[in-house]
Design a protein around this ligand. Structure first.
Ligand code: ACO
Length: 439
């Protein structure tokens, strides 16, 4: 069977392409939802041409059954379930199970999964020595990239990607240990002792406890805050073939071990155009400061000669309200009320800015709506996190999506190493000139 015949999406018609006078027929494949795709896997052999699509704006890099986005309608589905339904009532580990296994868990499956996660939250004690090697002021994402990559040096019994049991064990370990590693990065940066995981707490409460408890006094996690944390994790768990997920898939396509692949994903997520935008949105709202100054910033955002953009507005895929932003706005209100900052001036600026922008022709015409980052910075700050930790929290949640996508790729029997081609515009072949003869 050829690779082209192995896809689940069947060919439904054909596209005709003429290249340099030669015509070739290419199958058009139909997915369950979303645009059909023109299958160009045979293009090179048929026409001796590559396609050119920097930034993958028109390219589906893989077939996947995990997450679906309709950017025009503002829809996000995990395995077919709308994000708002999952986030409204479900738990993060339920969504994690769903993304990994394709179906929502029964109560027994959920209990078993949660227990397995809980019993893998501790990291090898020697790993804590690693942290001392970092400067106190190291960015926690730098620490995450290093420590997560180093997991492969500690858990040799779960690095053989051809063994399904080892793949499963690596998945459980990463989801379980990511909050511990992240909380340790936070504690190290503020000079406080590490707090060990507590198995009687659920995933998000345990994380908040590891971040904010200190050994010298009792600490009780506020259930409103742990519920908010859980919801934030659900909202960030997967987003189909974004930059960091594509990085994980590409790294994994060479057969690299899963810990190394997730570390590569964390490195990609660190970039300000990806995971760092919530910090930028919060900084902007603080810079605006008061409702009276909003028109000045709106005018700047609309000015072609000013590079300023409204941070937390617009999205490459969503040309409608980001469905995650709505839930984040609600969560933001809940958290601010719970911590007694219901009249937070930054929230006032955010709400008014959103209102003005949504009624302004510039933003309406360009289909610029608030994205998830618009309210997440305010929420995370109210939860008690410093801005450097914002992307780290994103990484904890996205680990589930990265692993689900990595597993899907590895379990595909026809998976091949990812190897894009290029349009070469450099020098043509020329002969080496000895240094003494160069002018
Ligand atoms: N404020 C003002 N104008 C904007 C904004 C904005 N936030 N976003 C886009 N525009 C304008 C552009 O100037 C451009 O105008 P033009 O057509 O007159 O030249 C038009 O809208 C299209 O913008 P592009 O940059 O081409 O759109 P693209 O889809 O490539 O960019 C992006 C999407 C990068 C998210 C952009 O909207 C942006 O920079 N937003 C602010 C940063 C941000 O919030 N990023 C977080 C994204 S969500 C996430 O990563 C989890």
């Amino acid at each position: 069977m050829s690779v082209a015949e192995t896809y689940a999406a069947p060919p439904v018609s054909e596209a005709a392409l003429t290249a340099d006078g030669e015509q070739c027929q290419l199958p058009i494949r139909k997915g369950t939802l979303g645009p059909d795709v023109i299958d160009i896997t045979s293009l090179y052999s048929k026409t001796n041409h590559f396609t050119f699509d920097p930034g993958f704006t028109s390219t589906a890099s893989c077939e996947s059954k995990i997450t679906f986005i309709d950017g025009d309608e503002g829809v996000l589905l995990y395995r077919g379930y709308p994000i708002d339904e999952l986030a409204e009532t479900g738990k993060f580990l339920e969504s994690a199970y769903l993304l990994l296994n394709g179906e929502l868990p029964t109560q027994d499956q959920f209990d078993d999964f949660s227990t397995r996660i809980a019993y893998h939250t501790m990291v090898h004690e020697q790993m804590s020595q690693f942290y001392k090697g970092f400067r106190r002021d190291a960015h926690p994402m730098a620490v995450m990239v290093g420590v997560v990559g180093a997991l492969s040096a500690f858990y040799h019994d779960s690095t053989d990607i051809r063994d399904p049991e080892q793949r499963e064990m690596a998945s459980i370990r990463m989801i379980a240990k990511m909050p511990t590693i992240a909380a340790m990065a936070h504690k190290y940066s503020i000079g406080q002792p590490f707090v060990y995981p507590q198995n009687h707490l659920d995933y998000s409460a345990n994380f908040l406890n590891m971040c904010f408890a200190v050994p010298c006094e009792p600490y009780k996690v506020d259930p409103v805050l742990s519920r908010a944390m859980d919801r934030i994790f659900i909202l960030h768990a997967d987003h189909e073939q974004n930059a960091s997920t594509s990085t994980v898939r590409l790294a994994g396509s060479s057969g690299a071990n899963p810990f190394a692949c997730i570390s590569a994903g964390i490195a990609c997520l660190w970039g300000p155009a990806h995971g760092g935008a919530n910090e930028a949105a919060l900084t902007m709202l603080q810079q605006i400061g008061t409702v009276e100054r909003i028109p000045e910033f709106i005018a700047r955002a609309k000015d072609k000669n000013d590079p300023f953009r409204l941070m937390g507005f617009g999205h490459r895929v969503y040309k409608n309200y980001d469905p995650r932003a709505k839930i984040m706005q609600k969560t933001c209100h809940e958290v601010l009320e719970a911590v007694g900052h219901g009249d937070d001036p930054t929230l006032k600026v955010a709400l008014e800015l959103e209102h003005i922008a949504l009624n302004d022709d510039y933003f309406i015409e360009k289909k610029l709506y608030p994205n998830i980052d618009f309210y997440s910075g305010i929420t995370l700050r109210a939860l008690g996190f410093p801005t450097e930790m914002f992307t780290v929290l994103f990484a904890i949640a996205r680990t589930v999506g990265w692993i689900a996508q990595w597993k899907e790729m590895i379990e595909d029997p026809y998976q091949r190493i990812g190897r894009p081609r290029q349009l070469y515009t450099g020098a043509k072949q020329r002969s080496y000139v000895p240094i003494s003869e160069r002018v």
